[in-house]
Design a protein around this ligand. Structure first.
Ligand code: SF4
Length: 270
């Protein structure tokens, strides 16, 4: 029997399918839970702190204000189940907060937030393409000094090697496409702000890049449809396997994928 198709595609789902179709199936189709990861939760904390900072009046967006925003974001995060799921003791929590603080301070080496003119923060965009919904949350959309739209995505992980830059930019090209569809205006620039180095990687959407994004997204969607139709999601081993929550069900690691759905049902019933 064909597997149910996902109802929407996001940049992270596209990347997940390309990384490993089987892990995509476990996560997106079967809905297997994944344990929270400290880097991901730290990313959430830093994103929220920068959102709060950019919500301040322009002149008030100072490093001291950023520290205060990070403190507010930490209070909010304290009740988040993902954060609680990390099970950090006091020492690990202090290290976690200190690392987030470093990332927020490094942000100021990339730009002066007093000169940013946000159009939207954590902006949810959605576009219907036939029966498929494309969705994305843009960290920041702003106007540059010439009035053009700029899509900004904060990254709290490591800077990719040059060879992988275009792949990482795929997500922001996806956002550029959503912007163009929703606002009827193509962004003049898209940028990834890597806070860990800190480094900014930029690209300039064009007719060709938007068309390329549409073609790649359509190809991925067709591949997902085919895989669902044939129930054929293959494992693709890589360095990501080291952190994969589904190894126990992965044939590449001696697991049985057919056990995943019954185990999930059993855990939900208990
Ligand atoms: S362990 Fe590796 S190959 Fe297996 S599902 Fe996870 S990412 Fe894919």
């Amino acid at each position: 029997m064909p597997l149910p198709l996902p109802t929407s595609l996001t940049p992270s789902k596209v990347a997940a399918f390309k990384d490993c179709a089987l892990a995509f199936r476990f996560s997106v189709i079967d809905g297997l839970p994944e344990p929270p990861s400290a880097p991901a939760v730290k990313g959430t904390l830093v994103h929220r702190a920068l959102q709060l900072l950019l919500e301040e009046p322009a002149a008030a967006r100072t490093p001291d204000a950023a520290e205060a925003c990070l403190a507010r974001a930490r209070v909010e995060l304290a009740t988040d189940p993902e954060f609680a799921g990390l099970g950090l003791d006091a020492e690990a929590e202090a290290a976690f907060a200190a690392e987030a603080g470093v990332l927020v301070r490094r942000y100021f080496q990339l730009e002066d937030p007093r000169h940013i003119d946000p159009v939207g923060l954590e902006l949810k965009l959605e576009v219907q393409v036939g029966s498929l919904t494309l969705r994305g949350i843009i960290d920041r959309l702003e106007r540059d000094e010439h009035g053009g739209l700029v899509v900004t995505d904060y990254k709290t992980g490591r800077v990719p090697p040059v060879i992988a830059e275009q792949q990482r930019l795929g997500g922001v090209h996806f956002y550029a496409y959503l912007c163009e569809q929703v606002y009827r205006e193509r962004p003049s620039r898209i940028q990834l702000l890597y806070l860990s180095e800190p480094v900014a990687i930029m690209a300039y959407p064009s007719e060709q890049s938007i068309r390329g994004l549409q073609q790649r997204t359509t190809a991925i969607w067709r591949a997902v449809e085919r895989a669902c139709e044939r129930e054929d999601f293959r494992p693709r081993t890589s360095r990501l396997c080291e952190w994969c929550a589904f190894q126990a069900y992965c044939p590449a690691f001696g697991g049985d994928p057919t056990r995943a759905a019954p185990d999930l049902l059993a855990s939900q019933a208990s």
